[in-house]
Every structure is written in C-alpha cells, then in structure tokens.
Design a protein around this ligand. Sequence first.
Ligand code: HEC
Ligand code: HEC
Length: 479
Amino acid sequence: MILLLAIAVAALAPATAFATNLSPIEALGKNLFFDKNLSTPAGMACAACHASQVGWTGPDAMTNLGGAAYEGAVTGRFGNSKPPSSAYGGNSPILSLDATTNAWTGGMFWDGRATGLTLGDPLAEQAIGPFLNPLEQNNATAGVVVNKVEQSSYANLFRSVWGSDAFSDVNAAYDNIGRSIAAYERSNEVSPYNSRYDAYVKSGSGLTSEELQGLALFNGKANCVQCHSGKDFTDFTYDNLGVPKNPMNPFYSELAFNPLGASWVDQGLGGYLKTAGYDASVYEPALGMFKVPTLRNVGKQSGVNFPKAYGHNGYFKSLEEIVHFYNTRDTMPWPAPEYAATVNQTQVGNLGLTPVEEKSIVAFLKTLSDMVLPHATVYTPHAPSTMYRNHHYTIYGYVKPMHSSGYYLVQLNFYLKNSHGVYVYHSHVHARRYYYSSTMTKYKASVSLPHAGKWRVRAMHGDAGHSTSYSGYDYITVK
Ligand code: HEC
Ligand code: HEC
C-alpha cells in the first residue's frame, strides 16, 4: 500500500526541475527529426538510424552485430558506414586545413564532406544530406521534402519560425529544414551534458575508484585525450587508426552503388578531398582518415548487453574490443588495416596497458552516458471499478507534456491477476494518441477486456522513443 502510494505521488509530482523546454526552432527540428513521412517511400525518419536510447546511433541489435550499416527507406539499399552519434556535433567548425599543424579540422560525416562552407554551419549542412541520399531517405528532390513539410501537422510551426511565406522559396525552405534540425541537435534535449562524468566535473565526486583510474589513463598513459579532448570528447580532427575492414558491410555486395564490390576501400577524408578537386599533394596524406567522433554516450545501451558497433565501419562490437585494439594493434595479430599508407604509428597501437587498465578505461567511458529526463507527467487513468468482459467501456486520464511541442503518444497497458495475485495476462496496446501541445490534455480509449478477473491499468507515455513515463495504477474487476 505504501509502495503504491509512492508510485502515485511520483506520477503526480511535477518533475519540472528535470524538464527540457524546447524553443520553437528546436521543437520544429524535433518534429522534422522524428517525421517518418519524410522519406520515399514513407516510413523512415532520421531517428531510424539515430535513436536516443542508444546515444543517437543505430538502435538495431542485429545490424550492429553485423555490417553495422543501416538499410535505407528502399528495401535492400544499405549505407556504407556505421551511423555516428547525431548528438554533440554542434561545435564542429567549418572544415579547414590548419597551416601550422597541417591538420584538417571540422565538418560533419566520417569524411568531412558536410564542410559547412555552403550554409555556414556543418551541422545544418549535414542535416539536408540524408533526405536526398538514395541509400537513406531517398527523396527525389528538395521540393519533395519541402512539400511534405508543408502538408505536415507542424507546417504552422514552420511558418511561425521562418515567416509566413516560408514555403514559397523551395531552396530557402530546404536549407531552413537543415537549420531547424541542427537547432534541435544542439538543444539540451539531445546534447544535455548531464552524464555522471559531468556531475563529477561540477562536484568533484561521484565516480568510483575504477572509473577515476580510467579517467587518469584516458588523460595520460593511454593517450586518448590527444584526440578525444574538450567537452565533446573530440578535437574535430581526422586520423587513421588502422581499423580493419568490416567484411560484413553490405555495401561490398551493392554493385549498383559500389562497382568496386569487395575491393572497395573507404578512403575517408582524402576520398572526399579528391572528389572536391584538391591536388594529390593535399588529399593523399588524408586518405583513410576519419573524423574523431565524440565519445559521449558510447556506452549507452537500450537494455543490458545491447550490442553496439564502434568505428567508422562498425568493425568493433564492444568498448572492450576497441580499447583492446588501441592497446594491442601492433603487438597482437589483428587483421590488416582498411587503408594502410596513412596509419597513425605514434599515438595508438601499443600502449602497454594491463587488462585491469583496459577495463578501467571502459568503465570510465560508460560514465559519459546522459541521463534520461522525464518528458511528461502522466496521470493515473480513471476506469469503472467493475466491467463486464467483452463489453466496451471508456477509460480516460490526463497527460501534461513538458515541452512546447513535439510527438507524444499515450498508450494504456492492462494486466490481469490470477487467483494467486500474480499478473498473468498483458493486453495489447489499447490507446494511441498523439499530441503536439504542452497543455494538460485528456486521453481517452474505448476498451473491452477479454477475461474475468482483477485487472490493473496504467498509462504509458512515450516521446518518439526518446523517453517513457508511467502513471500510477487503477484497478478494475472484470466479471
Ligand atoms: C539509413 C540510416 C540513416 C538515416 C535515415 C539518417 N542517418 Fe545520419 N548518418 C547515418 C550514417 C551511416 C552516417 C555516417 C555517414 C558518413 O559519414 O558518410 C550518418 C551521419 C550523421 C551525422 C554526422 C555525425 C558526425 O559526427 O559527423 C549526423 C549529425 C546525422 N547523421 C544526422 C542525421 C539526420 C539529421 C538525419 C535525418 C535528416 C539522418 N542523420 C538520417 C545514417 C543515417
Ligand atoms: C590519434 C587520435 C586518436 C586517439 C589517440 C584515440 N582515438 Fe579514439 N578515435 C579516433 C578516430 C579517428 C576514431 C574513428 C576511427 C575510425 O573509425 O576509423 C576513433 C574512434 C573511437 C571510438 C569509437 C566511437 C564510435 O562512435 O564509433 C571509441 C570508443 C574511441 N575512439 C575511444 C578511444 C579511447 C578509449 C582512446 C584511448 C585509448 C582513443 N580513442 C584514442 C581518434 C583517436
């Protein structure tokens, strides 16, 4: 009884201290990011390959264990690399070559091809790529995407952010789609800097001795900080670690898009610079180099032992494995590098770490996972205390989302108790409604329960896979 009360109170307490409030442009970007209609055929949103529950990268266990490249909107068409996180990219500068260090810095994508030179913002420029990529959302033209947004339920939000004639110039509207998504990716919903590590930086406490040892190694003996530096854990430069090919990459057999087949080599930054028309003296030293990715949320999993893939081609299947590679690349029989000529021989490959030290670095990396914030207050449903089986009844309740707008759905879950008081039957989802407002909204469902017994019902609120919150329970006797 005391426990139940506690749940009910938790469900009613306004959790505003944790709430993120999106500005209109961020809320617009969120609608765009999660809109499954913005592909041809419809069905694939950005979130399909960048899901918050795994740190804004690929959420499919089987894909991560295999080729790690995701299937696009068209069945059978796969990309050629692993989705990096779409969070924490907002501080990457415009791609440029530093004349003194001779290092390329900035841009987005593993190879830097979203340079930022067109829109003045690499992140916004990245965001307009996938919609037209035949291996991703596969729309024929920018006009197709803009038209879908104009027909969407958030078209007025688009007008209120970008002006009443925001749809009249297709190219301007398309660029503004990119800018809106970038604003959402920079928002404190996507890039909140609220991991246990951040709490440690503020308070000076909260990490275990193993995690602290990992942090010291990260900054010292293991060299990690030489590239994964600053608050985003990247210096936005490029390097070749000597990562082997991932032979399971489906791109090797996609001959229509990859005429080289199994002999294809991802040339990374140098490949892009070559296509962009740079001289061989410029692009050759950059062949096989990939962008230093953020390490925030690398350990974030959806459930215990959820597999993730690491590296540009997803060759590594765990943090343990990639850290072991950094430590032993040159002392153990690892497969040959995907591109050998430019491999970094000085900072990585033979670190002399003990197994305990490797383990503590992994423990430290796992402190970089962001906390999940509640996104709505869901109130306990009101149901008739007695119902007859297979008759329809109306059940309702209230939900109060915490930000200005976005996708919200509420579903009701029912469980049946047997005579021993054990829950034996879980009904299917009974209500599904979407909301776009931050006001208190009534949800309602007509339900009929199939078996006699004592049922309990609660409402669950999901925010496009980003977070879930639950209400307290109500009880129903079904006769
Ligand atoms: C079919 C899967 C897929 C879809 C859909 C998709 N992405 Fe990606 N995303 C990837 C892959 C793969 C990469 C890396 C590609 C590369 O570097 O060549 C990537 C790269 C990125 C990056 C660059 C991160 C970095 O550090 O450079 C961002 C940001 C991003 N995507 C955001 C988005 C947005 C916004 C959308 C929707 C408009 C989207 N993605 C749709 C797979 C996908
Ligand atoms: C010389 C620069 C450099 C150093 C030093 C370095 N890294 Fe990296 N790191 C990179 C680059 C570049 C990539 C992407 C390489 C690729 O995929 O080919 C990467 C990728 C990663 C990834 C995969 C992230 C993802 O999203 O796929 C992890 C995890 C990682 N590094 C952790 C570490 C740790 C831990 C250390 C220290 C032991 C370290 N790095 C040292 C440059 C560096």
